[in-house]
Write a protein that binds this ligand. Sequence first.
Ligand code: GDP
Ligand code: IMO
Ligand code: MG
Length: 421
Amino acid sequence: MRKVDVILGLQWGDEGKGKVVDVLTPNYEAVARFQGGPNAGHTLEFCGEKYVLRSIPSGIFQGGKPNIIGNGVVLDAVLFRGEAEALAKSGHDLTKQLYISKKAHLILPTHRILDAAYEAAKGSAKIGTTGKGIGPTYTDKISRNGMRVGDLLKPNFMEIYKAHKARHEEILRSLNYQYDITELEQEWFSAVEYLKKFTIVDSEYFINNYLKEGHPVLAEGAQGTLLDVDFGSYPFVTSSNTVCAGVCTGLGIAPNRIGEVYGIFKAYCTRVGSGPFPTELFDETGDTLGRIGHEFGAVTGRKRRCGWLDMVALKYSIMINGVTQLIMMKSDVLNDFDTIKVATGYEIDGERTNQFPFDVDIDIKPVYTEFEGWKCDLSKCRKYEDFPAAFKKYVEFIEHETGVPVKIISIGPDRAETIVR
Ligand code: GDP
Ligand code: IMO
Ligand code: MG
């Protein structure tokens, strides 16, 4: 029986998961998303084309292999339709390649409105969500009030939907939130019919049978470890388990069936939305990172906050996920810096710590180690040996600190701009 290898983010999302899933898909027979929803924006670039995927796994462009939307995902039929139709237009018809779990929960039109209403009610304490209804949908799942993809196939589907809508409307009234659902709802009804064109499966059986038959499977994470609902910078997190354990619950995979865990991180840090970010830079250097790295959200277009690499947070994420191989992204963004800093500890109330604290929203002073910049264009390098000594020193420092090898180094957004060691 084969195992499921996992790719997941070690920071606050947008590490480059989409690109790496696409690069690694040739080694696998199927790719599966295990959590999150259209809050994700996974960018892939190849042959001069650029695609941003939200709910559809990033393995669809490599050889027509099955791509699965697992039970742990929350699915918005309207956004899914937009995504699938745009792909079909560009020559990628997914109806035969894409499988959707019966147990994935549906994002209803009222979930999106509730997301906006809860954010408005929080005022300046808002999370800065993507507004896609993620929190309210997972809330309903956990409180046993959710609606699942499999429910669309039931004859009393309309009754089930109306009961959910009525409950949501009551909450919206209590929040005194004004909204107009008419258009959104019409789109949604039409989109759920479209959704039924795809193969709706018991994805836990599909994947486990696939493994039994000897096919290796790759699980694709969304968001990042520091946005995990249990281990992230709570409450400024998303509403799912983005960590490796989420693969077990989000796909129905037993823990002993997990193989390699690829942890992806940027050579620096970014965050979009509110919440603590210990190494955030508010100066010219932060702006430069954002400008060179084109740090704007793939889903909302919001400017991403930027800062130096945070080893305290990285080691924490590696521990939680049992990372076996590291993948460093966007190394090229640091090409022109004279000095590059890495936070190797935190100072809190005058005390030094190497532990990611319970409350990150406090006065944390990062303690930095400085590295000499490499000041050259990494995208010209074709193998690890071609890299300048200063860059290798940076990589090997990370390996030494974490005890995990950096197996893949990304030096540009294109599929080809990837160095595998
Ligand atoms: P994901 O959500 O983890 O899939 O990441 P996003 O797609 O949201 O954000 C990553 C961004 O960085 C995208 O615009 C990618 O095209 C881009 N990108 C990925 N790898 C590299 C790299 O090595 N260098 C540069 N300059 N850009 C990259
Ligand atoms: P990918 O998969 C970066 C952030 C939002 C907000 C918080 C909660 O592309 O890496 P939500 O809509 O999930 O309730 O928002 O999480 N967030 C992301 N940030 N990348 C993502 O996904 C994100 N998905 C959610 O900005 O701070
Ligand atoms: Mg993204």
